[in-house]
Ligand binder design. Structure first.
Ligand code: ZN
Length: 71
């Protein structure tokens, strides 16, 4: 498995992936988005996502599903 950089360990580390439901609030709407989250096996801290654009897109997708289409 490829390694990711952990800022807490200050090195490349092995990580585990958890698919978690995350709560978001956007324009006063609460909704949940399923996201892959990465955790360092050494220190258990969450690693920075290298797919921020993808994360944002999923958040907006969920939001628009909730409010019924883009406008
Ligand atoms: Zn770490």
């Amino acid at each position: 498995m490829a390694k990711k950089y952990c800022y807490f360990c200050n090195s490349l580390v092995n990580y585990i992936v958890k698919n978690e439901e995350c709560e978001y609030n956007y324009r006063n709407k609460n909704f949940t988005v399923k996201e892959d989250r990465y955790y360092c096996v050494n220190c258990q801290n969450e690693l920075a996502s290298d797919d921020l654009d993808g994360d944002l897109k999923r958040i907006y997708d969920e939001y628009y599903k909730l409010v019924g289409g883009k406008n």
